[in-house]
Write a protein that binds this ligand. Sequence first.
Ligand code: 9MR
Length: 377
Amino acid sequence: MKGKKLLLIMVAGAALCACATRTSQAVVKEEPTLKSVLGDKFLIGVAMNTFQSSGRDTNGVNIVKKHFNAIVAENCMKCQTIHPQEDRYNFRQADEFVKFGEDNGLTVTGHCLIWHSQLAPWFCVDKDGNNVSPEVLKQRMKDHIMTVVGRYKGRIKGWDVVNEAIMENGSYRNSKFYQILGEEFIPLAFQYAHEADPDAELYYNDYNMHFKGKRDAVVKLVNDMKARGLRVDAVGMQGHVGMNYPDLADFEQSIVAFASTGAKVMITEWDMSALPEVNRTANIADTVAFRKALNPYPVSLPDSVSEKWNKRMAEFMNLFVKHSDVISRVTAWGVSDGDSWKNGFPVRGRKDYALLFDRDYQPKPFVKDLLEKSITK
Ligand code: 9MR
């Protein structure tokens, strides 16, 4: 009898223990992160500067590791940095960046192969500064792309092959590439990139993609390249947006239009300036007032502006989620506000608040909402 009682007590105890463990497992939920909340919708990425990819900015690195599952190099793979002279490449920072991605299991994007800006000065001209012939430029593009893409073959998921080649009205940018090779420089770049790494995804990337002229021209460009059998995996909409532009409806129309080509859409450089657009025709006689107008929030962002900024960022995020069947990646153009190029453009030295994390590395309210909502779901 005594033995039976003891057995009963032991069984009940074990059951209680099991129950308690289950309860505590249910309560101790993992802290939500951007990648845990959005990971089933699209990759959530971030541009890294070299202070971060070298590990020196430990606060920034912690955010990258915790919240993001994809990275892109903000600057270190651009032509002027990686290939400063015809016979000299500089891979140190790019190697470090790619290794950071691998070490942390992140999807790595290369940015960017052919771009009129930050182009090494030698690339399109001869010793006397005259444009090189089409044959020479083709060979230089091929060498550059084969060398850079080839070096990271199998380690980089995809490349921004051509950046910013189309204007808002749909015409081609009058870059040296266009002057020397005409429209053909774009398909050629895609062809070389594919030869260099047949498994790499290839993207066309541009800003102000909500303009109808640019939208139509990019759709045509992608359709034409695909019809020629070239690989185009995605259209990158940079997404440098502002408080008053673009209309979400225009932006959405472009997402749908680009997806109609069969390519995916990526939001590749997302940020939103919280500052008013610069009106250089303002009353510059009053220098102090003008300076204040250019840099209106040098200490912190007023609550009313912050609320508007967060609401609009949430609207964009909702739009991306709505189209997550065609959007394969959303990437913020920098980790925290202090890192953003917007602090230097279009006016040097002003203080902007453009990114998902503030200068103290804290998530902005719309990010917090996103994370908290996932707990109450
Ligand atoms: O954020 C980048 C900034 O640090 C550089 O000074 C600038 C010039 O290389 O480029 C910025 O990034 C650009 C990106 O490479 C292409 N799209 C526009 C981005 C903002 O200018």
